[in-house]
Design a protein around this ligand. Structure first.
Ligand SMILES: [Zn+2]
Length: 346
């Protein structure tokens, strides 16, 4: 019965198109519950025009607290399209609200805007490569599941231009009964850029360009979150002055970093200049490897990824745990990023 099968497929297709818009708002309850159990703060938040004012308990958090929260077993390794990812997203939304950032996850023009930037992911097939768990794409006609980037900004008084600090927050989930906590890959990058934003806010920075925090999801499935944002940006892609992406930044010798970019662009130059007196940050030959800088680079947006030089150690194994991370190294990476951002926003 090809017609009936066609009808069912068509309805399933329609369902998947609607899924992100219905599933996410309906799952707000578990999201809020998740943020309550992870977040120890019980202070009251005041809201002005739907944007929370800065809350000191959020301002005083540390990157290691973020890393411990995101690697909590309740978050089940934060695989894109799973409840563990939803809980991680809820944690990040809570941080953005607590810091009083402007929600930038959806298009302007609505009465209230959202930090969540929703897209869908296909199922993946797990594979081991040199002892490391990786994903390859599943069947493209399988049912998609919702996933989301989390995006918010410290806004300039009058500018359409932005400097993006980004890090993917998803990881590999649970496979064969093993939890992949992804402390270095990439809770470390998330904590690091939250630290930079907390510092900018503590210093009452009035940026001349918007400073945007973007937490991408489904990076491990092939940069799906950042690619989705580039396909449907929620603010001007032409206005993006630089993207500083941070991935797997917390391990190995303190002052040794690697940079990945496909051209000698403004973001790369800014981070090389900022790192010069602080650390050894070498551009990896042949553009390095791919992280969430890659589709920005292909779209000629100046973008660079900052990594720990020894990022591959325990990468994509269940041993990627918080003990692998040197808090001093996160602080040094944060210093470099802070200086690079400062050059572009004052
Ligand atoms: Zn990874």
């Amino acid at each position: 019965m090809p017609t009936r099968r066609g009808f069912i497929k068509c309805m399933l297709g329609l369902g998947t198109a609607l899924l992100p818009w219905y599933s996410w708002p309906n799952s707000l309850k578990p999201l809020q519950a998740a943020s309550t159990f992870i977040d120890t703060s019980n202070s009251q938040k005041k809201t002005v025009n739907n944007v929370a004012q800065t809350d000191m308990s959020y301002l005083n958090r540390t990157a290691m607290e973020d890393i411990l929260s995101l690697t909590h077993p309740e978050l089940q390794g934060r695989r894109g399209g799973t409840v563990g990812e939803e809980k991680a997203a809820a944690y990040l939304v809570a941080q953005m609200k607590g810091l009083g950032l402007e929600p930038l996850g959806d298009l302007a023009g609505k009465q209230t805007r959202d930090y969540l930037n929703v897209f869908t992911v296909y199922p993946v097939v797990e594979e081991f490569y040199n002892g490391r768990l990786t994903f390859r794409a599943g069947k493209p006609d399988d049912l998609r599941t919702p996933s989301a980037n989390v995006i918010g900004g410290l806004m300039a008084a009058d500018s359409q231009e932005s400097v993006i600090l980004s890090a993917h927050y998803d990881h590999l989930g649970i496979f064969n009964g093993n939890l992949y906590p992804g402390a270095n890959d990439n809770a470390s990058g998330v904590g690091c850029i939250l630290d930079v934003m907390r510092r900018l806010i503590k210093e009452k920075t009035k940026p001349k360009r918007n400073v945007v925090l973007a937490f991408w999801s489904a990076e491990e499935m092939g940069f799906v979150g950042s690619y989705s944002f580039i396909q449907k940006p929620t603010f001007s892609l032409q206005g993006i002055h630089a993207v500083f992406n941070v991935d797997t930044v917390g391990n190995g010798p303190l002052e040794e970093f690697a940079l990945w970019a496909n051209s000698d662009n403004r973001a790369l130059q800014a981070i090389q200049a900022a790192a010069e007196s602080k650390a050894n940050a070498q551009l990896t030959p042949n553009n390095g490897y791919n992280s969430d800088q890659v589709y920005f680079n292909l779209d000629h947006v100046p973008a660079v990824t900052l990594m720990a030089r020894d990022w591959l150690v325990k990468n994509h194994t269940p041993e990627d745990v918080p003990d692998l991370i040197n808090p001093q190294k996160i602080a040094l990476a944060g210093d470099i990023l802070y200086d690079a951002v400062q050059k572009l926003i004052v």
